[in-house]
Design a protein around this ligand. Sequence first.
Ligand code: NAP
Ligand code: F7E
Length: 364
Amino acid sequence: MGRSFPCLHGAEKTNVAIKLTMQSKAFITGVTGQDGSYLAEFLLGRGYAVHGLVRRASMFNRSRIEALRRDAEIYGKSFFLHYGDLQDATSLRRILAQVRPDEIYHLAGQSHVGLSFEIPEVTCNEVANATLGLLELVRDQPQPVRLFHASSSEIFGAPPTSPQTEDTPTRPRNPYGCAKAFATDLCRVYRDAYGLFVCNGIAFNHESPRRGENFVTRKISLAAARIKVGLQRELTLGNLEARRDWGYAPEYVEGMWRMLQQDSPDDYVLATGESSTIGEFLDAAFERVGLDWRACVKFDPRFVRPAEVAMLVGDYSKARRKLGWDPRTRMRALAHLMVDADLAAIAAEERRSDEPSAPARSSA
Ligand code: NAP
Ligand code: F7E
């Protein structure tokens, strides 16, 4: 693995040698999200200078990168945040001109499949059109840039074959999947037409204690922990029959990085090769707290989607062969680690609320 520079001579070779001794710069869109926060930590650990895109929100929304922001050795030295928005091309152009990144990890966008039926235009603008805008900006960069695009197994929707590979035809079943399929194809077109170094990481579901609370795995792990300690009584869910291929997010961000270290750009499936129903994830999560989920899970039709993706499972043999990437954490271990993390967070919160509050400041 690693970059090779096959036909370089004299001054060119010297320039490459200088570049290799310089700190690589990565720009992450979606740095405040689940994957972006793990990726920032991973790249910082590899000596990168990491620049992240953050958008304005009415409440400060940096919880997943708070540890990096508080670290005076890192923040402002090798970790930098830039205000901008995917839907504001001017902000992206300015940031890229200032940072001049070697690698861009494009992870940002509305990522909730169910919500993409409620807000289809925002979803398509952020997921599809903004990726087109970024590809155009990459074309205009004076320095060589490598771009990772966070594609998704949702592009397969109702696939004709199983497991899904990089060559499986796309048949999306929701606005999110349509937008990702459009963006994935555009990345391929720009790679072929303009010779850009662009990789699609076709990732199947990957989860962690940092997963948003309205995705099914986190909703379940949080409920199992809260029900165990008496903070919650019921958990309302939609379809329990769908099957997903669930892996562990920190392992997937390493796969993203490996894609950009190859000699040539390509598309790769990241998956575990195993799929389970929501019911099986419930079994694994609730066994961790010694409870039977059937006693507390209620059906709520609000969580049933207008069209469901019934079954996805990925074949990651290309990523294993070419990237040396292998997922280590399977569904049951994933469910356990997520429940453990939620139990630990609840205990920490209870300890904090038991602490006597600081005395009021004298106005004198
Ligand atoms: P996530 O936790 O929902 O994070 C999404 C990120 O995008 C957040 O940082 C969010 O910022 C940012 N964002 C959304 N709209 C934006 C905008 N208009 N301008 C700037 N930033 C914006 O998603 P994730 O699970 O980390 O997934 C990362 C990427 O991989 C996404 O593109 C997702 O669709 C894709 N993907 C995820 C999975 C998975 O299983 N996790 C599988 C396949 C593909 P805020 O924090 O401000 O909201
Ligand atoms: O749903 C069912 C739901 O929202 C999983 C995103 O990261 O992975 C993710 O998309 C399944 C679906 O993830 C509830 O109907 C039942 O069948 O956790 P999810 P997702 O839709 O698979 C792909 C690969 C991405 O790219 C996306 O960005 O669970 N389900 N009851 C429920 N789902 C939710 N959210 N909430 C429920 O109450």
